[in-house]
Write a protein that binds this ligand. Sequence first.
Ligand code: GDP
Length: 515
Amino acid sequence: GFIAEDDPEDTKKPRPPVVTVMGHVDHGKTSLLDALRATDVVAGEAGGITQHIGAYQVNLKSGEKITFLDTPGHAAFSAMRARGAQATDIVILVVAADDGVMPQTVEAIKHAKASGAPIIVAVNKMDKPDANPNKVLQDLLQHEIVVEQMSGDVQAIEVSALKKTGLDNLTEAITLQAELLELKANPDRPGDGVVVESQVEQGRGSVATVLVKRGTLKRGDIVVAGAQWGRVRALIDERGQQLKEIGPSQPAEILGLDGAPEPGELFAVVENEARAREIADYRQRQKRQAATGSGGGASLEQMMARLQQSEQQEIHVVIKADVQGSAEAIAQSLEKLGNEEVHARAIHAAPGGVNESDVMLAKASKAPVIAFNVRANKQARELAEAEGVEIRYYSIIYNVLDDIKAALEGMLSPEQRETFIGYAEILEVFNITKVGKVAGCRVTEGVVKRGSGVRLLRDDTVIHEGKLKTLKRFKDEVPEVRAGTECGMAFESYEDIQKGDLIECFEITEVERKL
Ligand code: GDP
């Protein structure tokens, strides 16, 4: 594929940490980010921040750097994870010292824990007369965040974003945590990474904020970002400065894409325009299919199929219920359902209606949402539809448990497995009137069968997946063709074929699973 294997250890160099700030509304996320940004030691020379950008780097006195992601809300955080981007290394959990742990603080903890990123607590608003940091730490204990002050391993730092106190301690805590994580990436390779945000602006075209995860992204590079592609016309930082290139953990706006990729989609440099177009076209088609077809959702059935592929024998669910008591009761009962091989776990169980944050958490964790005596709001319903997340409504606990039990047992029933049956190479492409393009092929391995699934590979990248329309030996339609034999093939509703393309044939078979 075009996102290659991980780089060898000796090619990697230390990279700055990427940090996301989360917390309850009004606890000071924005103020804290602004205050941290103002600590930048080189900001003075180049002028301040001139524009909003979804990610920026702060240069510390020590010479170290921290990259902050300024993504709006917890749902956005999990949306990025759901699309495959583990962009955040460290989560800063902001809790106002005069208010303590609130519902969205709890939500942020769930999202952070599900991502696996370590948490640093910023106890904010310490300047307030009614600040009570001890109560904050006590509250956090209830949610399994054990701070160092209580012999745990989570750093908690007292700050005031307003009075700008404690900020050095906070950045020190971040660099300390970053050291423990040993963050490294190879800078000497074509760049790839994640899209943080994007929009199409009048006069500038597509403007995408990207964050490089590894390698170097240069002006003039050809990139694919999600289902979009283009030549990087300009790289611009948060001060409006033009850059020639950016390396690991460095964010910038890029101009030149042919559209706006979605937050969390991955980007990568590719070798030429033809390749970029092929990959982007394929992804556009996949997206259209997903939009009209069944989607990539998380129903109990799909979840089981995924689990079997990943060999992770745990199914996850998000539970929302009318009262705390029923949420907990469901969570506890379902954890007792499994056996040694498979079990279920509630990654989030809370009272209240289903909101967008629940849906994105479910999406990121490949889980369905169980709604017990509650309903999803309109935004959550639309989001669930768009993201393919299943919301299951219940009013009897027994029915919830019954369904989960069936799902767990289903995990041991026949598994659908894809088997490769053969490969063929396109030797020549013929344009035949009334039939369209036909590939003259040689079967190089195994057998190619009429009716089997086929994938078209160009330079190891899938550019089409579908079915065979025809399989011919000379003039005759045949059921199968074996290795070493030449044949003619045409695909159902697909014609962009070239000499040198490889055709992979596969069959879906059911395999009996044994305990
Ligand atoms: P957000 O919703 O989490 O982004 O919170 P904001 O940064 O918008 O802050 C909410 C309110 O709290 C604003 O009125 C801020 O001025 C105030 N605030 C933020 N940090 C502090 C602080 O350290 N001390 C005090 N006294 N007020 C603060």
